[in-house]
Design a protein around this ligand. Structure first.
Ligand code: F6P
Length: 335
């Protein structure tokens, strides 16, 4: 068989473990298989940029952050039929039996639209996708996307550092977290590090309440602001400062942006294992002629049940953005 592997969207730690496990499992299980890396993500598929991978070429990368294959965003791919057609054609012309993808919700949508073309054109390639994103906004009920726990570890460490200086100075810190429209990264890192408040996308924030909370604490306060919230850190700071001015009190406020630091660095063991396990399962299923599908990244040892790409790419069915009420209650209970 001939396999290709692609990492798409924003890089996330664990993508390299995924690539490594695809290559190693494929070549160890059947030596006659060839595995090709698609360079620079979806861009490489559109412009036919493939490189053959052997077991040596993926040595020592399991815990490395980023992706050795590269990933260049192609925002138009989800809607541009010419780009989709070019990607499907290259899969056909290169006689790829299976394309393995690790990426976020944009990648799943791209895979779904290319898969629809493949089916219509009777191209033999099947596409198997795994969730790879620090945002945890991919269809993965009961699981978590590859890279999420790595980004949480980094966030947790940064929040601890900020606590040191915040508590020394009795300051308020407004801290931005990545996550696009999803609050998972902000919320879970907030729970783990005991932050005082997390502002989520779409939230109607009661700033008078926040100001009172800061006053009553009268010591360090860390407020995490999820990327998808519609005000930047400076606007939030100004709002709070205006309230304090009116109340005739002084609280020093500082702002800090964790964003790109959250995405880089060594992968968490949970992500290495999950990425490797899902990749291994995909290869086994490919050798059993599985149909295209999306794999939830469950824990090692639990066979994932693939779901159709159409369902995985449909936001209305996957409810991937909202944080369940039970988790919100849990966070409030620990405050
Ligand atoms: O999707 C992952 C992510 O890191 C988001 O959290 C963020 O909104 C986005 O990528 C940033 O994208 P870029 O690297 O293109 O600036």
């Amino acid at each position: 068989m001939k396999f290709a592997v692609l990492t798409g969207g924003g890089d996330s730690s664990g993508m390299n473990a995924f690539v490594r496990a695809i290559v190693r499992s494929a070549l160890n299980i059947r030596t006659e298989t060839s595995v090709w890396g698609v360079l620079d993500g979806w861009k490489g598929l559109i412009y036919n940029d493939f490189r053959q991978l052997d077991k040596g070429s993926v040595a020592g990368i399991a815990s490395a952050g980023g992706t050795i294959l590269g990933t260049v965003r192609v925002p138009d791919l989800a809607t541009d039929p010419i780009l989709q057609e070019s990607a499907a054609r290259n899969l056909h012309d290169n006689r790829i039996d299976y394309l393995f993808v690790c990426g976020g919700n944009g990648s799943i949508k791209a895979a779904q639209s290319i898969n629809a073309l493949i089916k219509a054109d009777k191209i033999k390639t099947k596409i198997l996708c795994a969730p790879g994103s620090i945002d945890n906004d991919v269809c993965n009920s009961f699981g978590s996307s590859i890279g999420f726990y790595s980004a949480l570890d980094k966030s947790h460490e940064m929040l601890e550092w900020i606590k040191d200086t915040a508590s020394s100075h009795r300051r308020v810190y407004l801290i931005k977290s990545m996550g696009r429209d999803s609050a998972y990264l902000a919320f879970y890192s907030g729970i783990a590090s005991g932050a005082e408040y997390v502002i989520c996308p779409g939230e109607q924030v009661d700033y008078e309440y926040l100001a009172t909370m800061i006053e009553e604490r009268d010591r360090d306060t860390r407020i995490i602001v999820a990327e998808g919230y519609d005000q930047d850190l400076y606007t939030i700071r100004k709002t709070l400062e205006d309230i304090f001015k009116k109340r005739n009190v002084i609280h020093e406020i500082r702002t800090v942006d964790m964003s790109y630091f959250q995405r880089g660095g060594k992968a968490a063991v949970a992500d290495i294992l999950r990425a490797s396990w899902v990749a291994y399962r995909m290869v086994k299923d490919a050798y059993a002629y599985a149909d295209s599908g999306f794999y939830t990244a469950f824990y090692t040892g639990h066979a994932p049940t693939p779901i159709p790409l159409d369902i995985a790419a449909d936001d209305s069915q996957t409810n991937h953005i909202g944080i369940p009420n039970e988790i919100i209650d849990f966070a409030i209970a620990l405050r």
